[in-house]
Design a protein around this ligand. Structure first.
Ligand code: ADP
Length: 246
């Protein structure tokens, strides 16, 4: 409990800090996003063009970091909608295919097309993408990335989503630090991916858990409140269905 409290306090002060920083950083980075194009337009010198590319890449990475800081700060303040899980999986599958190495396989499965979740679309997509991209990065020698969604037996208002890889895995000490802001083992990591996953999942009333074995792989499990949707379009909350049917 104390751990949880410390984490919450730390997150709150970090959120304030990040909000201020990201605003200023956005402005500071602006020239890095514009100037490389101006240089490319005005020069035929391949060396100069290469330097412009370097500047552009720094700008892009800086911009990405600012955006992930911002999405971490925004937390639950985004508008939510009913999302048909099968559609979200299709979209995520399309996005992932482009970053999947040739020796890796992608397995997507939603147990039925009536599962819907109430969340901000971009944020929920971000959660799945963050977990999936971490999984891909954990399988440098290839393997299988799977995203599986199914109803939770005995709990008709919950859906379980598992994001699994058979990659490098983690030891216990690493697992303990996963949700600590800025904890990363990557040279180009931000250490904010899982922190914002955690925040987004909590903001929609869900839970996130991890199981990992060094050298075997990792499974992130999301337990989310679900809504029943009839076929495709409108989703009805399971809660009110239950009331309606006695
Ligand atoms: P980042 O990806 O920027 O490092 P994250 O918060 O997404 O930030 O992840 C933090 C750390 O957790 C990673 O640097 C990595 O060490 C570890 N990690 C996350 N997902 C996995 C995974 N699927 N397999 C192994 N390690 C992982």
């Amino acid at each position: 409990v104390e751990d949880e409290l410390m984490r919450a306090q730390r997150l709150e002060s970090l959120a304030l800090l990040a909000a201020g920083l990201s605003h200023d950083l956005r402005n500071i980075l602006q020239p890095l996003l514009i100037i490389p194009d101006l240089i490319r337009d005005r020069s035929d010198d391949p060396k100069i063009i290469r330097l412009a590319d370097v500047i552009a890449e720094c700008g892009r990475r800086g911009h990405e970091m600012v955006e992930s800081m911002l999405s971490f700060v925004r937390g639950s303040r985004q508008p939510s909608e009913r999302i048909v899980l099968q559609r979200l999986f299709q979209a995520v599958g399309m996005l992932l295919k482009s970053s999947l190495p040739r020796n890796a396989e992608l397995h997507l499965e939603v147990s039925d097309d009536r599962i819907a979740i109430e969340a901000n679309y971009t944020e929920l997509q971000q959660v799945l993408l963050n977990l999936a991209l971490n999984a891909i990065q954990a399988m440098p020698d290839g393997g299988t990335l799977s995203l599986i969604a199914e109803r939770v037996a005995g709990e008709e208002d919950k859906v379980r989503i598992r994001v699994s890889d058979d990659g490098i895995g983690m030891d216990e000490a690493t697992v303990k630090r996963l949700f600590t802001p800025f904890f990363t083992t990557k040279s180009d990591g931000t250490g904010l991916g899982l922190v914002s996953c955690h925040r987004i999942v909590e903001s929609i009333g869900g839970q996130i858990q991890v199981q990992s074995q060094l050298g075997e792989g990792t499974t992130f499990e999301l337990l989310l409140p679900m809504f029943e949707c009839s076929g495709d379009e409108d989703a009805e909350p399971v809660e009110s269905n239950r009331v309606g049917h006695g």
